[in-house]
Design a protein around this ligand. Structure first.
Ligand code: ATP
Length: 300
């Protein structure tokens, strides 16, 4: 009796799983860029990948979208090993907005966004009215309607980024992977673009440097350091003062955000890691009074 109930529960959990990463490592010349990383992600959740420069965020995302093949371990997407997907089938499931936007496409914004239709089309298929509607809607969602017929090369860095996100929207993936999508964006578009991708109702994985943005927008976070997974869980579980202090070597306090109550990180200036040069700032009086605000290894 109890075993049949267990079986039902196990089935429903795996049905809800978008991605499972099991013990992946990636070595280059015997150097472990990623080491023994495991985590899972439910469907329609937004996962933020965070960590300092060089932590392995882009390398992990590249494994997920098959740009690189892990040396060890397995990645399953919608309960299928990602290595078993045919190229076009994978492109109907997964869209990617990479960190380094290509500087030159000899096409205008609308033509670039239309490229998102490619995995869904045969070689001689033209655009239908519904396709054109999809393209125009995506361009409007990222705020580029007035730049729809401007050459891609003439867009600003942030506009290029938004055009590439519109292309990914048109691709209608089940999983959207974004490598530092907010890199070139001003604060309005950082919030707007992440709210937009969240509103698509699909599974999203994004590497994000801004911990407060990651906290506000993501359901779950993966914290990497030196190629290893330090922590995975809700923003409250991952973004603790101790963990941020240790991994990023900064001094901070974490409080509930006044609007959404998820962690809000306030950084203190004047505390430097031993490896860095003298800070131009003095420790804040509040931080100085309360030594618990700083990890002892970080505090001078
Ligand atoms: N093809 C490669 N060959 C050798 N080393 C590599 C390669 N790709 C990445 N690395 C190294 O792996 C480490 C992790 O790089 P990665 O780009 O994944 O980090 P990241 O967390 O995305 O960093 P950032 O926040 O600076 O973008 C870095 O030290 C990088 O130099």
């Amino acid at each position: 009796m109890s075993s049949s109930i267990d079986a039902v529960i196990v089935t429903s959990q795996s049905d809800n799983l978008a991605l499972s990463v099991n013990g992946i490592s990636w070595h280059v010349d015997d150097v472990a860029i990623l080491a023994d990383i495991s985590f899972s992600l439910n469907k329609k959740q937004m996962l933020g990948v965070i960590g300092p420069n060089g932590a392995g965020k882009s390398s992990l995302l590249r494994c997920l979208y098959r740009y690189i093949t892990p040396t060890q371990g397995q990645i399953r997407l919608f309960d299928q090993d990602i290595s078993q997907f045919k190229g076009k089938a994978f492109a109907t499931q997964v869209a990617v907005v990479q960190q380094d936007t290509p500087q030159f496409f000899d096409m205008n914004t609308s033509q670039l966004v239309a490229m998102g239709l490619t995995p869904h089309k045969g070689m001689f298929d033209g655009h239908t009215a519904a396709d054109n509607q999809l393209i125009n809607d995506a361009i409007q969602k990222v705020g580029l309607t007035d730049k729809a017929f401007l050459q891609y090369s003439q867009l600003s860095g942030g506009e290029k980024q938004r055009a590439l996100i519109a292309r990914a929207i048109v691709q209608r993936p089940k999983l959207l992977i974004l490598d530092e999508p907010t890199n070139h964006l001003d604060i309005r578009y950082q919030i707007q673009i992440l709210e937009l991708v969240k509103s698509l109702g699909i599974t999203v994985i994004a590497s994000i440097h801004d911990l407060n943005l990651a906290s506000a927008m993501c359901d779950t976070l993966v914290l990497l350091n030196k190629g290893r997974l330090v922590s995975q869980g809700t923003p409250s579980a991952v973004l603790t003062e101790a963990q941020i202090g240790k991994v990023f070597e900064v001094c901070c306090e974490v409080k509930p955000h006044p609007q959404h109550a998820k962690p809000l990180v306030n950084y203190f200036y004047g505390y430097m890691s031993h490896s860095l040069s003298q800070s131009p700032f003095q420790p804040s009086p509040k931080a100085e009074q309360d030594s618990s605000l700083c990890d002892s290894e970080v505090q001078r």
